[in-house]
Design a protein around this ligand. Structure first.
Ligand code: HAM
Length: 428
């Protein structure tokens, strides 16, 4: 019998009916990243295997067990990228980006590959979107990159339900001391650890802290905590990051067992976890500081911070939360115009509304107000702005509440603030 082929285990097709979700999240990610001055970078899907060994760490599960590696006909040892941070840092060095204004802010969206046991939220080919700010140590950046994740959620109509789990892993100065006290504690308890953690004890003791086995979790609860042993610089950095998160009103939870699965992290580490769920398995994204990575790849000491998140997990989450794709795409305001002057002024106003992060729709090629109002209605915009010849001459504009039909005249220069005010009111 002829074999019927299927996609490789843990890899999937993105069918036409799914593409609307992908298109929407791509749009939102581009918009949010660019609003914070991150520029798009695409790095190769294959990189030298040694880049990941050196960058991510030879004793990590990702490098030890999960890489798709190959040897080319020319004898090069390459691997499908399991993540993009190492590749982006390689590109930072290769293209002398240190000569640019720091931090260099980059974002990406593309497929990654990990040879994992496929299960819900765990694939062998998955798509990550992520961003990296390379070349600056300021704690405000740790908070700002988190803010961008929440800006993406906000644009996708997710207002709550996701927390930042956050910890600090210290640095070259304080982590070795901490490791010693952790090891001393774990050695006494060794008999109670799972088989894998017994091996971890020798190779990567920090990972015992985030083991999924119940007995290890019980032991981890009594383990010394790294935040109690941070050096002054790491302590102050972490304190500052938390203060910025407070200022931004971002929801965070201190998780002293959060260690992350990649070895390059220093200081801040975090994961974006839906409420009521536990662990990296459930995380929509994760990241942190990696102040040593560029140096480990042969460059100068270069602090950096970033995160990456799984696109499939985000789409599953949106569907689980029954987020209506139509609602995500709904504009906040429709800009209607009439007459030559009205059209000209509308072009400028459109740009100003956009700059103020308002989602604006228009139909400038239509001339009748009735036709434009019909489109505004179909799109579900809560407000329409009408800029006719008379209003344009008087530097005024009409705001129409599309639900009640009530219209008010306001000064053109005040319209952005007025719309923001009204949008805020309907959100409450
Ligand atoms: P990571 O935690 O390994 O970090 O992956 C980030 C996110 O990618 C996860 O939270 C999850 O949403 C998604 N992900 C990871 N593995 C899979 C999988 N097998 N199937 C589906 N989704 C998955 C990193 O990759 C770091 N490079 C993040 C980073 C950037 N740190 C600093 N900058």
């Amino acid at each position: 019998m002829r074999k019927i082929f299927q996609s490789p285990k843990g890899m999937h097709d993105i069918l036409p009916k799914e593409q609307v979700w992908w298109q929407k999240i791509r749009e939102v990610i581009d918009e949010a990243a660019q609003a914070y001055n991150f520029s798009r970078i695409d790095v190769p899907i294959l990189e030298e295997t040694a880049l990941f060994e050196r960058g991510i760490g030879q004793n990590t599960d990702v490098v030890e067990k999960e890489m798709f590696s190959l040897c080319t006909k020319g004898g090069d040892n390459l691997s499908l990228r399991p993540e993009a941070t190492a590749g982006v840092c390689r590109a930072y060095l290769e293209h002398s980006m240190r000569q640019q204004r720091q931090p260099v802010k980059l974002y990406y969206f593309g497929p990654m590959f990990r040879y994992e046991q496929p299960q819900a939220g765990r694939l062998r080919q998955f798509w990550q979107y992520g961003l990296e700010a390379i070349g600056d140590l300021a704690p405000v950046l740790d908070a700002q990159v988190c803010q961008i994740f929440f800006s993406i959620l906000n644009k996708l109509k997710i207002k709550k339900g996701i927390n930042i789990q956050i910890n600090s892993l210290g640095c070259r100065q304080c982590r070795p001391e901490y490791k010693k006290s952790l090891l001393a504690y774990l050695r006494v308890q060794q008999a109670g650890l799972c088989g894998q953690c017994k091996t971890r004890l020798r190779r990567n003791p920090l990972r015992v802290l985030d083991c999924k086995e119940e007995k290890c979790q019980r032991l981890a609860k009594g383990a010394p905590q790294i935040i109690d042993q941070l050096c002054v610089s790491c302590h102050n950095h972490f304190k500052n990051v938390l203060e910025f998160l407070d200022e931004l009103k971002l929801p965070y939870i201190l998780n002293t067992h959060l260690v992350r699965g990649l070895d390059y992290y220093t200081k801040t580490v975090f994961e974006f976890v839906p409420e009521g769920k536990q662990g990296s398995q459930a995380a929509l994204g994760g990241g942190g500081r990696y102040d040593e990575l560029v140096w480990m790849l042969g460059g100068k000491q270069t602090p950096a911070v970033g995160w990456a998140a799984g696109a499939e997990r985000l789409i599953d989450y949106l569907k689980e939360r029954k987020i209506d794709l139509g609602a995500i795409s709904r504009p906040q305001v429709f800009l209607a115009q009439l007459g030559d002057l009205g059209k000209k002024k509308s072009l400028v106003l459109f740009e100003e509304l956009e700059k103020n992060n308002l989602q604006v729709a228009e139909s400038f090629s239509k001339d009748s107000i009735k036709a434009q109002m019909k489109i505004a209605d179909q799109l579900g915009a809560p407000f329409a702005l009408i800029l006719g010849q008379k209003e344009a001459l008087e530097d005024m504009i009409i705001i129409r509440d599309m639900t009640t039909g009530v219209q008010d005249m306001v000064k053109l220069e005040k319209v952005v603030d007025e719309i923001k005010k009204r949008l805020k009111k309907i959100r409450q």
